[in-house]
Ligand binder design. Structure first.
Ligand code: 9Z3
Length: 314
């Protein structure tokens, strides 16, 4: 493994439930692989979602965070499930969850009333969306097609992603990584981090942040070399977005890079591959941009599976 990465992992605080996470991921993949015996070739996608935090103290009081709401990851998970995939949803604690993005921002309680007999009843304007969400969510969980794994820090995120990636190796080309999480570019290495709360009385705070090692290359070359890899490129300057997306595609050897600009990300994304750029728009106010996006990515994944079969038979 890349030496930068090795030292990142060696110095990171150990993941608290690593055995439990490994067991859950293994069981999930085994259980879904058995389904393939019933004639359904199983496809598993790891969807990453939300932003990673960068702690400033080992006994963390303060941290650096980013804007990501987890909406893209949560809604994409719903569409992958609809397309027949089993989904490992690696999400930031407290961010948007699958089947919950329609909820009013102020409170879930806005969806319900109490009847005169003190029973809970959905308000008419929310009834259809609630029914659909309850039905689809329970179906995914009962069929064992959705595994949720939470993270908070950059350390937890990369350690869990490694466990998932290595466990998915056996799926070959049937595995996808859909890396929508907004991953910190800089962090405070654990060994140089203050143990206790930084005192404000000592005056202005100077801090040196180290670059986070580029996980995409290790994922592609070492952890899961046969999986179909989709990463996202986010910029705020539309003029450099496509250039940066093409650079990421080449540098990290991704199969697809989805380019998005911060302010228009819910309306439009551009799917970039080595031979094309396809702009995908939100089709109407009811359906999200993730619907045509996942349709297109599923097509590209199917073509990749066929190509991999063809390559291995030659
Ligand atoms: C994205 O670009 C996602 O589409 C968003 C989704 C984070 C913009 P929300 O969570 O937003 O729905 O509010 N994710 C990847 C961003 C990122 O950190 N990309 C890295 C980069 O641009 C590559 S891994 O350098």
């Amino acid at each position: 493994m890349d030496t930068e990465f090795k030292s990142f992992f060696d110095a990171a605080p150990p993941l608290r439930d690593s055995l439990d996470v490994s067991r859950k991921v293994k069981e999930f993949i085994d259980q879904n692989s058995q389904l393939s015996g019933k004639g359904r070739p199983i496809r598993v996608v790891c969807v990453t979602s939300g932003g990673t935090t960068v702690p400033l103290e080992q006994r963390c009081v303060r941290y650096i965070d980013n804007f990501s709401s987890g909406h893209r990851g949560a809604v994409s998970t719903e569409y992958f499930l609809k397309a027949g995939y089993a989904v490992i949803f690696l999400y930031r604690r407290g961010t948007c969850q699958p089947y919950c993005s329609f909820l009013p921002e102020d409170s879930l309680l806005e969806c319900f009333d109490l009847t005169e007999e003190s029973n809970v009843q959905a308000r008419p304007q929310h009834t259809e969306a609630l029914k659909r969400a309850i039905r689809d969510h329970h179906a995914a969980v009962e069929e064992g097609l959705l595994l949720k794994l939470p993270f908070t820090t950059i350390f937890e995120y990369l350690q869990i992603l490694q466990i998932v990636a290595i466990s998915m190796r056996g799926l070959g080309s049937h595995g996808i990584f859909y890396l929508a999480a907004a991953v910190s570019d800089f962090y405070v290495p654990w060994e140089s981090m203050e143990e206790h709360k930084i005192q404000s009385a000592t005056g202005p705070l100077d801090m040196r942040l180290a670059p986070v090692p580029k996980m995409l290359l290790v994922l592609r070359e070492v952890w899961a070399p046969t999986a179909f890899c989709i990463s996202f490129k986010l910029e705020t300057d539309q003029n450099i977005l496509l250039k940066k997306a093409h650079m990421a595609l080449r540098k990290y050897n991704m199969h697809v890079v989805v380019a998005n600009e911060l302010s228009t990300r819910k309306e439009e994304v551009i799917v970039v591959t080595s031979d094309e750029e396809i702009t995908v728009h939100r089709e109407n106010q009811v359906e999200e941009v993730e619907k045509p996006l996942i349709d297109l990515l599923v097509q590209k994944h199917s073509a990749y599976i066929e190509q991999s079969k063809h390559d291995s038979s030659n």
